[in-house]
Design a protein around this ligand. Structure first.
Ligand SMILES: [Zn+2]
Length: 168
């Protein structure tokens, strides 16, 4: 068993035999955002599932992404479920549609990754700045020699499509 990694006072443990997530976090520690790419149909997927959800093939390779995307949806957390997040509320989690594979394999399905919306220095971003359509880029929060968490920060690029935020 690996040593637990501490994040906001909580122990994060990825078992040695959980290669799907162990390798994902190791790549993140090298500041690379990766997803699995199917060897048969070429589509990428997240989370790092064992089989391709589109064609069921078991062959895959890691594919590095640009880390750029657009907020597809978001949620503002007012009541922390874990005590470690209590002092962070309210904070925002975002579902990011990555630039790679937009509108594929269907207009409604694409490559989307969840993370916290943070400032470039990794502190939580002002929730009033969150909006669907805002552009973001990945940033990496190093937790240990073998693990980092991908998070997202506003990139300042022009908005993508119609911008919408809770409460107007
Ligand atoms: Zn496939």
């Amino acid at each position: 068993m690996p040593q637990p990694v501490t994040y906001r006072g909580m122990a994060l443990i990825v078992p040695d035999n959980d290669t799907e997530w162990k390798e994902f976090y190791e790549h993140a520690r090298a500041h690379k955002l990766v997803v699995r790419k199917c060897k048969a149909c070429g589509l990428m997927r997240y989370p790092a599932l064992h089989a391709c959800p589109w064609c069921m093939d078991l062959g895959w390779t890691w594919q590095e992404l640009s880390g750029k995307g657009t907020i597809y949806s978001y949620e503002i957390v007012h009541h922390a479920i874990q005590p470690g997040f209590k002092d962070a509320t309210p904070y925002c989690t975002v579902l990011v549609e990555m630039d790679e594979q937009r509108g594929t394999p269907t207009p409604d399905e694409s490559l989307r990754i969840i993370g916290n919306l943070v400032k470039p220095d990794l502190g939580f971003e002002d929730v009033a700045k969150a909006a669907i359509g805002k552009r973001v880029r990945v940033v990496f929060q190093d937790l240990a020699d073998h693990m980092a968490l991908p998070q997202f920060t506003l990139s300042g690029e022009p908005d993508q499509g119609r911008v919408w935020r809770l409460g107007g």
